[in-house]
Design a protein around this ligand. Sequence first.
Ligand SMILES: *[C@@H]1O[C@H](CO)[C@@H](O)[C@H](O)[C@H]1NC(C)=O
Ligand SMILES: *[C@@H]1O[C@H](CO)[C@@H](O)[C@H](O)[C@H]1NC(C)=O
Ligand SMILES: *[C@@H]1O[C@H](CO)[C@@H](O)[C@H](O)[C@H]1NC(C)=O
Length: 383
Amino acid sequence: MGFRHQNSRSSSSGCFSLRFSTISTIIILFTSVYLFLSPTKRGSEPFSWTKIETGFNGDLRDANFPWNSLCFGNNFDKLKLAVFSKTWPVGAAPGGMERHAATLYHALAAKGHEIHVFTVPSDRKHHLDIHEDNLHVYFAANDHGSVNCSLAFEIFNSINANGPFDYVHTESVSFVHDPESGARFRRKHGIPQNVSVVMEVAGRLVRDKGHPLLYEAFSKISKTHTGVYLLVAGSGPWGKRYAELGSNVKVLGALEPSKLSEFYNANDVFVNPTLRPQGLDLTLMEAMHCGKPVLTPNYPSIVGTVVVNQSFGYTFSPNVESFVDALKSAIKDGPKVLQNKGIACRKHALSMFTASKMADAYERFFLCLKNPRFCQYPLPTDC
Ligand SMILES: *[C@@H]1O[C@H](CO)[C@@H](O)[C@H](O)[C@H]1NC(C)=O
Ligand SMILES: *[C@@H]1O[C@H](CO)[C@@H](O)[C@H](O)[C@H]1NC(C)=O
Ligand SMILES: *[C@@H]1O[C@H](CO)[C@@H](O)[C@H](O)[C@H]1NC(C)=O
């Protein structure tokens, strides 16, 4: 959540603020969903312009629809933002939050705002600070690789002394559709050419990401549907168990971000088994950007904004039976139908979930906090 920076904090109160920031990491997930991605009043219905017109008084603070549906123009007010992020993506296997943060702040810096990020590298190793035009990333780690609060606030205070920050922001996508890289990935990992449907799952292979559910559903389905194949990216305790499922499952371990794009392009359908109705799952948007349909639980956060209807994939209630039914529907539809759904997914993702959409909306959000004039929509500069 953004809050206005009033005056320099001492190092001792600094640690509290950083803890506060960790808490608000969770809040921002929800605010992001609420501000930009919240479903329209009648939940699962697709969003349309007619609904914006009904009841929208032109004040963004009262908007009850995703700001990503609007088209914000450029403006000339520049912001100086401080960002506290738990980690910054460096090396293999960064989590969704840090990748979201990196995408957002790169995009805001590219729009001319001065961005200073206080964080540690996600690989917990030593790296030099990053200074790329308007984007400054300061690594303030202690011996264990996590954030040294005193150090982070020392740097923060010295930069704030040179000109105060407008806001302090706390929190913890960029893939393209490329069938050739997907085919290459399949060959490289020895996926038989005669399989009928390739499914993929990605992320930390832990219980609360729903892996017990997928494990059970897939072991059921692979007995009756021998042509299905499952590719698993990520690491965690469930990796071993997936590997025991047989020759039509392959566990790839954690993938470098550069390999993730090829990975997404290699599937026919992307499976997200999460058991937590979490904010908004980055993997779903990434798969859709690569032109892939998704198979995912029917949580309101997903059905209201991502898989708004059947043209984007399959949804299930979070239990094995319903999961198996959804898998069966996808297999029955087959690669051709899946491909068409994938094309629809990509179109939807490009219209709603891009770095520039997100940066435009966040920029407007901060400007609106700073000056209510920016809370009006449309402004003459808006498109
Ligand atoms: C699904 O939703 C999209 C985006 O709102 C819309 O363009 C499309 O017409 C809908 N398709 C169906 C079958 O309802
Ligand atoms: C944290 O940073 C402060 C200030 O630079 C330093 O004095 C302290 O030794 C550091 N603590 C750890 C655990 O690295
Ligand atoms: C695919 O081919 C392999 C080797 O030729 C064979 O063992 C396997 O049963 C085939 N799988 C399917 C689903 O046809």
